[in-house]
Design a protein around this ligand. Structure first.
Ligand SMILES: Nc1ncnc2c1ncn2[C@@H]1O[C@H](COP(=O)(O)OP(=O)(O)OP(=O)(O)O)[C@@H](O)[C@H]1O
Ligand SMILES: [Mg+2]
Length: 279
């Protein structure tokens, strides 16, 4: 398809060995344009992380085609990726495991800057990134344990963006943060990727945040995309019964919450049979 997409994944299938094997992602297509934020939502086990890893070239696919900036992405493991693929950066759920506890945070952000330079891209200063993610630029010599969870995630975001990605893949980047910082970190990610002109694939269980930051949303269920479209249209007029059920579970703005009816077995069985809705 078009090279205008930073991510263009067509017909991706991910299967895990087992008896029977698990088809975690079943013939899914997703594209992300530069400057665009695309969200993947869906219940636990629906295949979001598997699709994200396939898009990042760290999960083998058994069918389909994944292109980053028009180039094929072949899974090679995160440490052995060719230099062009460092234009894909990732942010994961737990910043405590993605940051090295024994290295100063300034050195870790400098790794990101070096990644950009190795690719022939523009350099930048560590202090500048700390400022951009809302941290004190004088904190470069601190270690990760000297920061809160939200601050550590900001550092991980700074490191990822310092590498000047064209595509940022964020797998539940706010789930481990306390509620008061979730929205601000998500908004920060959205603003920064837009500023650098990157695209973002954003996975979250927090549908209120997805509604605020995603341009488009894909709803996954049992390895397939059941509905996709412009986020505001999807929320205003969800057409697939699974999307309706998912959106019904979002608390009301008054904070009192709406108690969603638990889906019946018949509901669940029917979702996979209702044709996917793409708009
Ligand atoms: N390494 C693996 N080996 C075998 N099965 C796996 C593996 N990773 C994931 N799965 C299975 O693949 C399916 C999709 O998992 P995946 O992690 O992609 O879902 P998810 O949508 O990210 O869920 P969550 O919201 O809980 O993170 C699940 O049935 C899961 O059990
Ligand atoms: Mg996951």
């Amino acid at each position: 398809m078009s090279d205008a997409f930073v991510l263009d994944a067509q017909g991706v299938t991910v299967r895990y060995p087992g008896n029977p094997p698990v088809v975690a992602v079943d013939d899914v297509s997703v594209h992300v344009a530069a400057g665009e934020t695309v969200a993947l939502v869906g219940e636990s086990g629906s295949g979001k992380s598997s699709l994200a890893r396939a898009a990042a070239g760290i999960e083998k696919i058994v069918a389909g085609d994944v292109r980053f900036d028009g180039r094929p992405v072949t899974p090679m493991g995160i440490r052995r990726r060719p230099v062009e693929l460092t234009g894909i950066q990732m942010v994961f759920q737990d910043p405590s495991t993605s940051l090295n506890p024994r290295r100063r945070i300034g050195d870790q952000i400098a790794d990101g800057i070096r990644t950009a330079l190795d690719r022939g891209d523009e350099g930048s200063r560590v202090e500048e990134w700390l400022e951009r993610v809302g941290l004190n630029p004088a904190w470069t010599t601190r270690f990760p344990h000297q920061f809160s969870g939200g601050e550590k995630q900001r550092i991980a975001i700074a490191r990822a963006l310092a590498a000047r990605p064209r595509l940022l893949i964020a797998d539940e980047p706010i789930s481990a943060l306390d509620a008061s910082t979730q929205t601000s970190v998500a908004a920060l990610m959205r603003d920064l990727v837009a500023e650098v002109g990157a695209g973002m694939l954003f996975i979250s269980h927090d549908l209120a945040v997805v509604r605020r930051i995603a341009d488009r949303t894909l709803v996954m269920y049992a390895g397939r995309v059941l509905e996709s479209g412009v986020t505001s249209e999807l929320w205003e007029d969800p057409r697939h019964p699974y999307t309706r059920s998912l959106l019904a579970a979002i608390p009301e703005p008054d904070g009192l919450g709406r108690i969603p009816a638990a889906p019946s077995a018949e509901d669940r069985a029917s979702w996979g049979n209702v044709p996917p809705i793409v708009r």
